[in-house]
Design a protein around this ligand. Structure first.
Ligand code: AMP
Length: 225
């Protein structure tokens, strides 16, 4: 199978898109494109755009479509995305989906949409236990009673931090943004003719979920995908 492929991982914040994207990247040899990560990198640059993005992300609202679209347009042209790429957290608005749809069609990229379905109560519990290593970026889901001295990265022993946008009031706004701006994207993609698969992702292990996704991709595009 030589066609270039795109996997769109769709789902609310905390549904496991990032975890699945990393597992799929390693198995399929595709690029992992996370708009959240790219925006956090921009924030670290500290330039004018980075500062503006930081202010928006802190509230839990979505960053402007023009900013995110440009990041993705440039990113999918990099060599590591030549075989295929996994979109994690994009598109999040119908405007973004419209632009992506045009690019996917123009480039003849085969596309599957995977919708990770997770109950909101599970999401809120997950996000409140989510920590990240400030050095290597590894994400951990800690049980609620984890002692502070145990909250260190197993790879480089850095003390783990709470992402600014995982604070409870920001999480509420992120879920609201998902409901209002992002859920219509799934309908848009379906009516544009994309194959969309819903996967129960609440109570299963990441490995079980990734195996199901791989099976779906294989069913659509063949084993060499
Ligand atoms: P994430 O890590 O994907 O949960 O994204 C964290 C934050 O980055 C979101 O709450 C938004 O503020 C911003 N963000 C990430 N992806 C997008 C996108 N596709 N469109 C607009 N804002 C985004």
């Amino acid at each position: 199978m030589s066609q270039r492929l795109c996997l769109i991982l769709f789902g609310p914040p905390g549904s496991g898109k990032g975890t699945q994207a990393v597992l799929l990247r390693d198995k399929l040899g595709f690029a992992h494109i996370s708009t959240g990560e790219m925006l956090r990198e921009r924030v670290l640059l500290g330039d004018e755009l980075g500062q503006r993005v930081a202010r928006t992300m802190k509230t839990g609202a979505l960053v402007r479509d023009e900013t995110v679209n440009k990041l993705v347009e440039d990113r999918i042209e990099l060599p590591d995305a030549a075989k295929g790429f996994i979109l994690d957290g994009y598109p999040r608005t119908v405007q973004q989906a419209t632009l992506l749809d045009g690019a996917l069609r123009a480039k003849g990229i085969g596309t599957v949409v995977i919708h990770l379905k997770v109950d909101y109560n599970i999401i809120i519990a997950r996000l409140s236990g989510r920590r990240q290593c400030p050095a290597c970026g590894t994400v951990y889901n800690l049980p609620p009673d984890t002692l502070p001295e145990k909250q260190v990265c197993s790879k480089d022993a850095e003390r783990l931090i709470v992402r600014a946008d995982d604070a409870p009031e920001t999480v509420r706004e992120r879920l609201r943004a998902y409901e209002v701006q992002t859920t219509p994207v799934l309908e848009f993609l379906k009516s544009a003719g994309y194959r969309c698969f819903g996967i129960e992702a609440g109570a299963r292990t990441p490995r079980e979920i990734v195996a199901e996704i791989e099976g779906l991709v294989e069913g659509e595009f063949g084993a060499a995908a």
